[in-house]
Write a protein that binds this ligand. Structure first.
Ligand code: 4AD
Ligand code: MG
Length: 433
């Protein structure tokens, strides 16, 4: 008798002729009369089960016949090599039991995207999406490994906040006991407060943006990896960012080749990203390059998704754009002392058309200067009093950045839309499921 259950992956590592128990969900079902083929899916993969009147008791052949798509089952049998089975191994059934039947599973293949999104709670069982969650987990683990190895402290800022970080246009307002509050757009200001004791901090948390436009790279709720460091300027921060991206990408290539191949992601285009430093160009040069490509754009114009995509044609690795005009960037950034029209700001763009995955900067650390920068944007300094306070008591030069986890995964996995990098995307007008 087989003892405990084994996973579909382990079954393939056993000697043929082993007796095992497995459990999972019916992924494919084919009834050939005397024989029933089931492909079983569990968290680790898939395995072919065969019920055959030649060796399966009649009662269990019937049960196999009734085990429709997405029924949960437990089964027991003997392993055998079969080159036609996925992974080259099948399980010849001696027993099969339906645990939870599944009548007429709503996803049969070939449905349109709206239907699939409405049924996301069921669609997330798909092998491709499952591969994504596994890659995502490796990314999360690698982020943590990276920051641990660099002596950073992981901190937990709030998601309910009282002021905008990245401008009022994308704020989600909530009713906080009769007073307005907002869902956080970025944990940056709270991280800044924490560097005065911990010096180097990071967090991985949701951020919320009420984006006006629907695009393939915008979500209303996304996961934001943010870090902040005391005593570090823009250059030092960029070094941290490129090493983080190279490290995480390397870990994904080490651990998740199978998943990447399931997503049909070629890995060669990721190889150059394992080497740092990444190229750096100034905003000014980005404008010149775009003009050279025939784009009607001038110094002072913002770079949208189309412009970013064109720039990515020139690079096979992620690359930085630095020194944006102050007006294009957030109010808290420090101007370049050599050219105060430009901010000590950087974006990291991923190649292959993906564009911005990281935004970061050196922060304005002078009280008076920051006060003026807040006023000049038409904001009320009173709303930023505690943030200004940080410049009043032992201010230090400091820098930080935020990486959009879904944007990063979009690039690494090569999927075409950011919604497929998160289980339950919040990106449309309605919250369902
Ligand atoms: O460039 P952003 O707006 O920068 C900040 O929020 C800074 N306060 C971060 C910091 O310095 N601590 O956002 C950072 C990153 C972007 O580069 C992008 O990858 C991602 O967050 N992002 C989004 N991802 C998905 N959907 C959206 N609507 C996003 N908005 C920003
Ligand atoms: Mg940005």
């Amino acid at each position: 008798m087989a003892a405990g259950y084994v996973s579909t992956r382990m079954v393939k590592e056993l000697e043929p002729g082993s007796r095992v128990k497995v459990r999972g969900w019916v992924y494919r079902h084919r009834d050939l009369g005397r024989k029933v083929f089931i492909v079983l899916r569990d968290a680790d993969g898939i395995l072919q089960l065969v019920a055959d009147e030649a060796y399966t008791p009649q009662k269990y052949v019937e049960e196999a016949r009734n085990a429709s798509i997405e029924s949960s089952i437990i089964a027991e049998g003997v392993t055998a090599r079969d080159p036609r089975a996925p992974g080259g191994v099948e399980l010849r059934l001696e027993r099969l039991e339906i645990v939870g039947p599944s009548v007429d599973f709503p996803i049969k293949g070939g449905e349109g995207i709206d239907y699939l999104l409405e049924n996301r709670h069921l669609w997330i069982r798909s092998r491709k999406l499952t591969a994504m969650w596994r890659i995502r987990q490796t990314a999360f683990k690698a982020f943590r490994e990276f920051f641990e190895s660099r002596g950073f402290w992981e901190v937990s800022p709030p998601m309910l906040t009282q002021a905008a970080v990245e401008g009022g246009a994308t704020l989600f307002k909530v009713d906080f006991f009769g007073k307005p509050a907002y869902l956080t757009q970025s944990s940056q200001f709270y991280l800044e407060a924490l560097i005065f004791s911990l010096e180097r901090v990071w967090t991985l948390a949701p951020s919320f943006r009420a984006e006006r436009s629907r695009t393939r790279r915008h979500l209303y709720e996304y996961w934001h990896l943010e870090a902040e460091e005391a005593w570090v300027g823009m250059e030092g921060e960029m070094k941290l960012v490129e090493e983080l991206v190279a490290y995480t990408t390397k870990r994904i290539l080490e651990e998740r080749l199978e998943e990447l191949s399931l997503l049909k992601r070629k890995t060669e285009p990721l190889e150059p990203a394992l080497k740092t430093p990444y190229p750096r160009i100034r905003y000014e040069e980005a404008i010149r390059r775009l003009q050279g490509k025939g784009v009607k754009i001038e110094y002072g114009d913002d770079l949208g998704a189309d412009e970013e995509r064109l720039l990515t044609e020139d690079f096979d690795t992620p690359f930085f754009i630095t020194h944006f005009p102050m007006e294009l960037k957030s109010f808290y950034m420090k101007p370049d002392p050599h050219n105060p029209r430009e901010a000590l700001a950087f974006d990291l763009l991923a190649p292959e058309g993906v564009g911005e995955i990281v935004g970061g900067s050196e922060r304005q650390d002078d009280y008076q200067a920051l006060y003026k920068q807040i006023e000049s944007r038409g904001y009320n300094p009173e709303d930023y009093q505690w943030y200004l306070d940080l410049r009043k008591y032992g201010s230090v030069p400091h820098s930080g950045f935020g990486l959009g986890v879904e944007r990063y995964l979009m690039w690494v996995t090569g999927v075409n839309h950011v919604r497929d990098t998160v289980p339950f995307p919040r990106f449309r007008d309605r919250i369902y499921p």
